[in-house]
Every structure is written in C-alpha cells, then in structure tokens.
Design a protein. Sequence first.
Length: 461
Amino acid sequence: MASAHVKEFFGTDDPYTILGFPLTLGQVAQIRKLCYTIHVMDNSISVSQVNTQEDVKEFLRPIFFGLAEEDLDELAQTAIVRSFPAGAVLCQEGEEGDALYIIVQGHVDIVKQFLDDESERFLRSSGPGEVVGEMALLQEGGRTATVRAVEPLTVLEIGRDSFLTVLGRSPSLSVRILVRLTGRLRDADRQAITDLSQANKELTRALRQLERMDQAKSDFIQVSAHELRTPVAALMGYAQMMQYNSTVQEDPSLQPLVEGVVTSTKRLHRVFNSILDVSRVVTGGIEIHRSPVNILVVIEGIFLEFKQVQEERDLTLEQEGLADLPFYPGDPDLMYKMFYHLVNNAIKYTPDGGRIAVTGRMVDVPNLGRCAQVAVEDTGIGIASQELDLIFEKFYRIGEVALHSSGTTSFKGGGPGLGLTIAQGVVLAHGGRIWAESPGCDEETCPGSRFVVQLPYVEEA
C-alpha cells in the first residue's frame, strides 16, 4: 500500500507532517504523485486488475491519498470502469458535468474552443492516475474544456453525488483538490502567457512589415507626385497661355476645349500638391511660418473660390462669428489649405440645395488655453459613428469608390481621400485639436455633420 511506503520512508503516514516538519500544499501534491508511482511499480496495475471493487479501491488509494477507509469504500462502490476508443470525447465543453473520470490506461488531450473561428487551443495532456472533469462538479455552469481520448482509453467514472458527498466529509481531500486545481490554473496561466508572448512577437513582426510596406508606398507616391508635378505645372502654364491667346478667344469652338484642358490640369496639379502635403504630414515635415491670420478673410476667400459651385448646386454658404475672432498667429498658406479641405468636404457630401455654415467663437480649453474654435457644419448625409475617426486616415473615403462621381465638388464627388488628413495635420502642427461630430449616416434624412477645430493662441518667441 502507498501509505505503508510513506510510513516506511518518512516515519509517518500523515501527508501534512514528514519527520516532524509541516509540509506546504505543493509538497503534499508531490507526495501524492510519488505514492502513485510507487503503487504502480509495486502492483503493475493493468486494466484487468480494476475489475473488482477491491482492485478499484487499491487503485484509488494513492490518488485520494489519506482518504478515510469508509469514504474510499464508497467511491470504489460507485466507480464504473469504462472504455473509450481513440478520438472519443469524455467531456464536452459547455455541457453540464455529472461525473469525473480517473484515467486507468491511455492518454487524453484537454482542449478549449475559440469562440471566433471554432478552432481549438491545446491546454494539456493527462495520463494514468490523473483526474479529469472534476472542476465542473465543483462549480456552477458547464464544463470549461473538452477532454478527448488520443488512444484507446480506460477510465473509472465516479458520479457527481457520490464524489460531492465524500468531498463534504473530507477536508483533506478538499485541500488536495484545491491544490490540483491551483496547479492547473498556474500551468494554464504560464501557457497563456507563453502563447500571448508568441502572438505579440508575431503581431510585432507583422506590424513592422506593414510599416515598411506603408513607408515604401508613401515614398513611391511622394517621389511620383514630385516628379509629375513639374511637367504638369508646365502644362498648366502653356494651357493658360493658350486660353488667353487671341486666336482661341476669337474662335468659340476652341474656348471650351482649352478651358477643359486648364480645368483638368489644375485639378491634377491640386492632387499632386495634396499628396506632397500628406507626405509632409505623415513624416512630421510641416514647417509653420507664423504671422497674423484673419480667419474671416480666409473663409471669405474660400467661399469666393466655390462661388460657381454654390450657384450650380444651389448651396448656401454662410459664416457667423468669424469677425469677432482676433487675428490668429498661424501659417496663412496652411490655414487656407486646412479650411479649404474642410469646406470642400462639406460641399462634397451635402446634396444640392443644402447649407454649409462656418461659425467661430473664442473658448477656454483645458491644456490648450485660450483658443479660436471654428466649426464647419453641413446638412449632408452625415458620418457613421464607426467612421468618425477613420475619416482622418489618408486615402480613406466614405462609401464605395465605384459609386463616387468624378467631380471633386459634385455630390459624393471623387477625390484621393487626402483632404481631411491634411486638415488634421495642419491643426496638429499648430498645436490644436480637430474632431468630427455626426448623429449618423443617412442619405435620405441627411442628418449632417460638424467638424470642429480648436486653435490655441500661442505667444511668439
């Protein structure tokens, strides 16, 4: 008997005191494993030797070390020998547990299912002398993992009621069960930490690869835009010279052709400039040359630039409160670009007959101080809540690209998706904040959207 071996080696069969020294719970668990090993070696347990109640009792003795004889007898009486083929499932994750299993011969894998893709995560393997399925008996709810035979398997099955009855009478058994479960939790934590560390390494490698690819893409776009802008600028100059040539002005059939070339060339030149602006935003290369800026004059200049679009689409462009704003110490060119893209964006997503309003007021903002707050509000289709942050990412556009028209100022017009990225970069370069507000996106009701810019007044060095 295992207890005899313990007494022979240590002078006592009390698992909590060896040679007069108290043991920790971990040491108790190690002694239990040692006793089981000795028991197997001495008795050469096989499947054929657990057919009688006495055989079952002797098999259970080292597993439930120190359990009272009457309790051991009760477990042996209720234990049922069961055999399973390879691949059979003893415990199914999520199902209610009504029994625990003690492995006599063979091995099992214990796995847990991921909810997202139904794949499985391996937790551990268990072999002869180990108990599985007891956790579901001690807690409310279903089984927390699946136990599957990896080879022909023989087990002892002990029902819930019998096990809980014996457990209630044996504090020492409760402690050993707690030690076993604590050990499993510790092992599971270690495995989870290892898996998480490996996943983090893989994600880090993937992120670095994506960053390199994104940088390569940005470099290519920047170089291409820079190389193409020069000949396009020359083309635009020649087209404008043709526009004012006396021969063209005297021939009505040539005028619309030349105007089309000039308009398209200007748009292409604007796209290249936007790409270069975004490149500076991404690389942090925006240089601020501050001088007093009259925000009202900037907005009026932008409204004037969109005058033709306003009339063609019956849009209302209005401003309020901008005259009360003091001159802002910012970069005039960048300020114009920022507000231009915000107004252009509002025009693009506002249906014909809609309204775009630019309002301004002074506000005190925590961590920024005294700020000029300018809001661009429209009666357009609005923005879905999940896209309020994404719209500031470069090349991001709302809706399907194939559904966009070719005009940058027509309703849901096309574009490279760079305007809001540039606007955000300019605001951040000035030390300010920018965000979008909208109750949602609906092309029928047109709830509208609101872009808010806060520009702090800084003292020039």
